[in-house]
Design a protein around this ligand. Sequence first.
Ligand code: PMV
Length: 331
Amino acid sequence: MSFCRAAAFAPINIALIKYWGKRDSDLNLPRASSLSVCLAELGSLSVIAPSEALTNNVMVLNDKPIDGLGLLKVARVMRAIRGLADGTETRAGIRGVNTVPTGQGLASSASAFAALAKAGCAAYGIEADDQLLSKIARLGSGSAARSIHGGWVVWHRGERDDGYDSFAEQVFPVDHWPLRAVIAHIGHGHKKVPSTEGMRLCAETSPYYEPWIESCEQDLADCITAVREKNFLALAEVVERNCLAMHAAMIATRPALLYWKPATLAVIEVVRSLRDSGCQCLFTIDAGPSVIVFATPDSADQVTTAMAEIEGVSRVTRTMITGGAHIVPDG
Ligand code: PMV
């Protein structure tokens, strides 16, 4: 087999129906299915150069060498790719560039592993369809399964123990409903508890975890209906209830997983009062203090201005729903 240098870009994705908790932590199989959209411009570039001279994969991310758990996750994805390339022993040099702050609960691992899977398959000469790419990306970070596709994406929990039926697929295309996303960045530095550890603690100790998991199936069905019908108020209802119930389960974890800052609550208040006044916006929050506000194109200016005025919001990024992972020139 002949190998070549390859590069890919993948966008971050933000879940409207959340993934929180694994039924298998080696294969990153989720307890519940989730739904997300990819966001334009924010994401990760991955450049992969297979080399006979290397005895191990080496990786730099934003010019810093990766080791420990990060490199183990990369190795898991690369091993799957080499397995598909007739089990070759050839390792790779990998350069990653994140255009989102790493480790702040803004899903930089999702875009990074989706880009790694896409570039890796190209570098090792594997013709993988999006379903297979999604399963490979999932091995690095669960939510990465959803950054392969563009538009509105569902990641199926699957039933099988080997993960064969746990992959993401597009349910509506990018242009189905062109909502805008306004990100209110809050807080600095790395989050204290990594998501894998947070999920484990939450599932093991939070009295509200199982009720939240049980609610996800209905939430997913209601969300798909709201998106299909482009019913913004129904979407706001289900997205916010799913997010708040996840955070209720997180907060009830022992010890508590409290990701919010005062500004997080301030943004929630503003979004709710804007909506009461007829502005079509809704919020969602991942495992970090920042808030992602979705709005209709008509309402996005008002939301952007309001977010910038909130104390504790350090930056406001405005973006839109986009396509998924794609190959780029490797320069
Ligand atoms: O894929 P991970 O391990 O980064 O977990 C992502 C978890 C949330 O962002 C909180 C929710 C989600 O569905 O993206």
